[in-house]
Ligand binder design. Structure first.
Ligand SMILES: Nc1ncnc2c1ncn2[C@@H]1O[C@H](COP(=O)(O)OP(=O)(O)O)[C@@H](O)[C@H]1O
Ligand SMILES: [Mg+2]
Length: 258
């Protein structure tokens, strides 16, 4: 039996096809989010790669910010539940999840059965989200996937003290003009994201094991900064950007078996 999970985020669209509720047949993320052709395209890529048709899916569950915008499923489940489900499947020992996406960040605590105990979210402010990093990546002219390497070469992280993304952008431009290295500025940017997100993690009373997911978890610089701030070892979820879609496909499997 095949089930499909689709996670329509603000920054990217993710799709997973699962076989018998346990085997990932295909999982894809494209960097085009809701409000565009992203969901349809990622769906087509997954069907093509797997050689399956939409009709082969016993059930489809949508999650993410844009989950109500799809015409091929009426089943929607929140991102919080889907990330928890997906992470519990991938890393059963996880008790705290940090998901940093394109326009929000979440800290979720789980009980020993992998069920959501409580969660805290920042979706009001770009600081501490992927958007903050996207803005800095443009200003610094360093690609997102190269920021971790710059960070690892830094000797003294610059202080990025502005809590507002717009002010932090000016701060970074001023640091560049003063001759600070991109390495040190990027380390400071990562530190700033970690400080901001740590507030949510403390409120969720983080306990081990801490697992990170979302697109920003692909940036090892942010992961290291989070580890320093929390003074905890962090596991990056395998395929961190598609954990919500995996959870959605698992829920679809449960629904198909009802
Ligand atoms: N290869 C990469 N390296 C570093 N950061 C990345 C990479 N790909 C995506 N990101 C970051 O992940 C963010 C998107 O995360 P994602 O979980 O896909 O968001 P959403 O679920 O809100 O659509 C982007 O804003 C970007 O900062
Ligand atoms: Mg997301």
């Amino acid at each position: 039996m095949y089930t499909l999970g689709i996670d329509v985020g603000s920054a990217s669209s993710k799709c997973v096809i699962l076989k018998d509720g346990k085997e990932i047949v295909v999982g894809e993320a494209i960097q085009v989010g809701t409000g565009s052709t992203g969901p349809k395209r990622v769906l087509e890529i997954c069907l093509e790669k797997s050689g399956l048709q939409l009709e082969d899916m016993a059930e489809i569950v949508a999650t993410g910010y844009g989950r109500f915008s799809l015409d091929f499923t009426k089943s929607q489940i929140s991102e919080i539940s889907c990330h928890a489900k997906g992470i519990n499947f991938l890393v059963p020992t996880a008790r705290t999840i940090i998901d940093i996406g394109g326009q929000d960040a979440k800290a979720i605590s789980l009980d020993e059965n992998g069920r959501v105990k409580q969660f805290f979210m920042n979706d009001k402010c770009a600081a501490g989200t992927g958007r903050f990093l996207d803005v800095m990546s443009k200003v610094l002219e360093v690609k997102l996937n190269e920021m971790q390497e710059y960070d690892s070469r830094s000797k003294h992280a610059a202080s990025v003290s502005s809590t507002c993304t717009v002010f932090a952008e000016s701060e970074v431009i001023s640091q560049l003009s003063k001759g600070l290295s991109k390495e040190d500025i990027i380390a400071g940017v990562h530190q700033s994201v970690a400080s901001k997100v740590s507030g949510l993690v403390y409120r969720a009373s983080a306990i081990d094991d801490v697992v990170m997911c979302g697109g920003v978890a692909k940036n090892a610089g942010v992961v290291r900064a989070m580890e320093r701030v929390l003074q905890k070892k962090i596991t990056v979820a395998p395929t961190p950007q598609i954990t919500g879609a995996i959870g959605a496909a698992l829920f679809a499997y449960e629904q198909a078996n009802k």
